[in-house]
Design a protein around this ligand. Structure first.
Ligand code: C5P
Length: 300
């Protein structure tokens, strides 16, 4: 049996970050959107357990932990333990989501592994159990299962869909050099010692989504981690200015960065913006959202 599961990248339309909790995680008020950049994970029957990862040339492979420490190994161990099964399978991952880019690529792989291995092993895990296992694997993994446009609370792992009337066009500019998420959060703590216990709800952004209004959404995009990312990577400030002067409505850093995302009014505006940014940047992607969470695309 061979099963291929496709899992989307996420961008943050809003990322509100509070002061660190006792467990070290930060309380979040996040609005996630799944966009059409995917990792494909294929699982095949096998007696043993093997994971291999193919990344594009331009990605920062140093951030992909291999040799038993990959998030996919942890997903398999957790699902197997939940059902009292032994871990087995050959897993191949084709990465298109930028590595260490702030787009939850590792979380997408974990979500895809849960969906694929559940099917391969005939485990029939309930949706609630899948979400609970996902939350143990990482803050963004439940969203990678759910997809669409969703509000994330807690440390980001509690997700619920929000009203979204738009088709949103994005230009994404990943960076060949990744940023470490824990390092960005530590820098956030230094910059904002008075962060609130619970970050407030982004009401204007939720209203813009429900109305499908790109100009209102552009004005409301916000990321509390952006100052920390720009401090460590001042070049991103120039990139954001370049995208906005190329025609995008607004550019922001997504998640913990360094990927920058540009909201455009239409597919034409996104293509024109991307063409101009390609003069100075090797990898510039045009995509749209919202798209589905982790789902099976082939099953033979
Ligand atoms: O949950 P996840 O494994 O994706 O988190 C990676 C790291 O990002 C954590 O170890 C922590 O340093 C930081 N993080 C955080 N608060 C969150 C989510 C992540 O501090 N809500």
């Amino acid at each position: 049996m061979s099963i291929t599961v496709r899992a989307p990248a996420k961008i943050n339309l809003h990322l509100g970050v509070g002061a660190p909790r006792e467990d070290g995680f930060h309380p979040l008020t996040s609005v996630y959107q799944a966009v059409g950049v995917y990792d494909d994970l294929t699982v095949v029957d096998a007696d043993g357990w093997l994971v291999d990862v193919a990344v594009s040339d331009w990605m920062d492979r140093s951030h992909v932990p291999l040799a038993g420490d990959n998030i996919v190994d942890r997903a398999a161990a957790l699902l197997a333990a939940h059902h009292g099964l032994a871990v087995s399978g050959d897993v191949h991952i084709e990465k298109a989501i930028p590595v260490a880019g702030g787009m939850a690529g590792g979380s997408a792989d974990a979500a895809a592994a849960l969906v694929g291995l559940d099917r391969l092993w005939g485990a029939n895990t309930s949706d609630d159990d899948m979400l609970a296992l996902a939350a143990q694997l990482g803050s963004d993994v439940p969203f990678a299962l759910v997809g669409g446009t969703a509000l994330g609370t807690g440390r980001g792992e509690l997700v619920e869909p929000v009203a979204d009337a738009g088709t949103w066009w994005w230009v994404l500019v990943p960076s060949p050099i990744g940023l470490s998420t824990p390092e960005i959060y530590r820098h956030f703590d230094r910059l904002f010692p008075d962060a609130p216990a619970v970050p407030p709800m982004p009401e204007p952004l939720l209203a813009a989504l429900a109305a499908g209004d790109p100009h209102a959404l552009a004005a409301a995009l916000h990321n509390d981690l952006q100052p920390a990312a720009l401090d460590l990577r001042p070049d991103l400030e120039r990139l954001i200015a370049a995208g906005e002067s190329a025609g995008a409505l607004r550019g922001v850093v997504t998640g913990s960065g360094p990927t920058c995302v540009f909201l455009c009014e239409s597919s034409d505006q996104a293509r024109a913006t991307a063409a101009e940014l390609r003069e100075a940047h090797d990898v510039v992607l045009v995509t749209n959202g919202a798209v589905a969470g982790a789902h099976t695309v082939t099953y033979v």
